[in-house]
Structure formats: structure tokens, C-alpha cells
Design a protein around this ligand. Structure first.
Ligand SMILES: [Zn+2]
Length: 312
């Protein structure tokens, strides 16, 4: 038995994972990053201890933690994490004060990719790329059954591929990144612009009744056949697909796994994405990678973190 922790900016979740890489129990709490790192780590340890006690398990072999931001993985240090507001936090050392077993640290997007590769939509593939569409676009790359990390462990920053020269301002400070066109935040921005343009649209009605547009009510308007929402959908899907074209051109993986809340739309988004990728990849005659939705949803990060002992 092993423990996987997915430390996010809003919630942190932990799960006990068995030898078949299934979660047997999980729990989550608010991250509450305004607290001191010591306090937050203490609550993380409590979360794990509660799970272990509840399941009455004694043979926990190790703990894996997925964390957003820049890491010094070998030394277990979170160098900088914008989402949690951490700088130079010795996370592994701090956790080892509570647990006398090995603790592993890895980027959260890499953990999600590992989870899908080990137990989810990517488990048939030896090379796959996970693309998570959320507030930003996260990515993880598995090549020849190995997590690709690059020299400093900072590879796979897929969201910041260049999509338009001098385009939309990205959160990274650069203009025109894929994330500024293909993330859910971008979808919401585009839908708001469209709602301004078409005051009689369902998009505008959804915005008025809900107070704001989000992924859910935008897709409601799309499914209800709203013309303005459909225009947003067509453009957004094209934005997502064009980034995937670049990934396929560079890596030619066996599978692309799309994660994040909107991956629940399944074939409704996958079918048009596949069509655009097929039409735009460089080697038109080659077999397309399988483009599928995440099989594990929010659990991918926990399972991937729990399996970090295999990817040291
Ligand atoms: Zn960027």
C-alpha cells in the first residue's frame, strides 16, 4: 500500500493506493494557502494519518506528492509555487518529521500523466502525452515508458507553446501562448466577448442568471444549440486542436490524453479535435495517435504520485 497526495492551489487530496494501482480510500481538504507552510504541511500529514487510521493499514511503503510549480525534485524542495504561494519549502524533509518512510516529490501535471499512463486512458501506450485543460494548460510526457523530465525537471510546459505572435497576454507574461487560447480561462474569455456581442444569445442569458460564465454553463448553451455559443465552441476547439497538432508533429506519441473538467464532454469535443488534428498534422498519411479523455479524472494525480517510486 502507498499514499498519493495531489497538492493543488484550492484543494489537497490524498489517497491510499493498492498494489493494483487502485484508490481504496481518499479524502480531501481545502489547501488554504494563506496559512504558513508549516501549518499546511501539518494538515497534509494529518490528512494522511486519518486515512491510514480509518483504513487500519500498517504496511504503507512510501508517500508521493504532486505539487504545482518549480521543484528541486532530488532534494525535495518546492523552489517556487505560484498556486500555493511557496518559495524554497523543504517539503520532503518536513513530511519526514511525520512519516519515517520514503517521500517522493514531482510536478502535479507529471503525476497526472503518470496516473493515466499507469492506470487510466494511457495504460496501453508506451508513449503518451497528457494535456490538462483547466485554468491553464498543463502537460506531461511519457516517452518509451519513462516520464520525460528534461535536464532540470522543467520540461513539458506545453501550455506555453506559441500560438499567435503578439497575441493574447498569457499569465506567464508572454503574448500569444496556447494557454491563452486553449485553457478553460480562454474559453470563458471568448464566451464573455461573444455574450457582449450578442445580447439576445443564451450565453448572455446564462451569464445574467448565473452571475458569470463558467465551463459548465457555456457548454449548456452550446448543447442547447445557441448560435453564439456554437461560434465560441468551434473557435475554441480549433485552438485546442492546433496545439495538439504541434505536440503530435514533435513527438508522434501513441496516445494523447485530454484531462480537466471539460474532458467529461467526451466524444462531443474529441471528435472535432481528431478531425482538425488529422487535417493539420505534417505527415498526413500517418496513423493518428489515439486522442481520448482522461480515464481517472481527479484521481490521476493521486495515483501517479503514489507510483513515483517507479519513476525516481
Ligand atoms: Zn505563456
Amino acid at each position: 500500500m502507498k499514499i498519493g497526495i495531489d497538492l493543488g492551489g484550492t484543494t489537497m487530496s490524498a489517497g491510499i493506493v493498492d498494489e493494483n494501482n487502485r484508490i481504496i480510500d481518499r479524502n480531501q481538504i481545502d489547501t488554504n494557502s494563506s496559512e504558513s507552510p508549516e501549518k499546511l504541511i501539518q494538515r497534509m500529514a494529518n490528512l494522511v494519518n486519518e486515512l491510514i487510521e480509518k483504513a487500519d493499514i500498517k504496511n504503507i511503503t512510501h508517500i508521493g506528492i504532486g505539487c504545482p510549480g518549480m521543484l528541486d525534485r532530488q532534494n525535495g524542495i518546492v523552489l517556487y509555487s505560484n498556486n500555493i504561494g511557496w518559495e524554497n519549502i523543504h517539503l520532503i524533509d518536513a513530511m519526514k518529521k511525520y512519516f519515517h518512510i520514503p517521500v517522493y516529490l514531482e510536478n502535479d501535471a507529471n503525476c497526472a500523466a503518470l496516473g493515466e499512463y499507469i492506470a487510466g486512458a494511457g495504460k496501453k501506450y508506451s508513449s503518451m502525452v497528457m494535456v490538462t485543460l483547466g485554468t491553464g494548460i498543463g502537460g506531461g510526457i511519457i516517452i518509451d515508458d519513462t516520464l520525460y523530465r528534461g535536464k532540470n525537471g522543467n520540461s513539458s510546459i506545453l501550455g506555453h507553446l506559441m500560438m499567435a505572435d503578439n497575441g493574447e497576454l498569457c499569465t506567464c507574461g508572454r503574448k500569444g501562448c496556447w494557454e491563452a487560447y486553449g485553457s478553460v480561462s480562454a474559453l470563458i474569455r471568448m464566451a464573455n466577448e461573444k455574450a457582449d456581442e450578442y445580447p439576445d444569445s443564451e450565453l448572455e442569458k446564462q451569464r445574467k442568471s448565473s452571475g458569470r460564465l463558467d465551463g459548465r454553463n457555456i457548454f449548456d448553451a452550446i448543447h442547447n444549440g445557441d448560435k453564439a455559443a456554437n461560434e465560441v465552441f468551434v473557435k475554441y476547439i480549433s485552438n485546442v486542436a492546433q496545439g495538439i497538432v504541434d505536440i503530435v508533429n514533435i513527438l508522434d506519441p501513441e496516445g494523447i490524453v485530454i484531462g480537466g473538467g471539460i474532458s467529461k464532454q467526451g466524444e462531443f469535443i474529441l471528435e472535432p479535435i481528431r478531425k482538425i488534428v488529422k487535417e493539420n498534422i505534417y505527415c498526413k498519411s500517418m496513423e493518428l495517435p489515439k486522442i481520448t479523455a482522461s480515464g481517472l479524472g481527479n484521481n490521476a494525480g493521486i495515483i501517479g504520485a503514489a507510483c513515483l517510486d517507479h519513476f525516481v
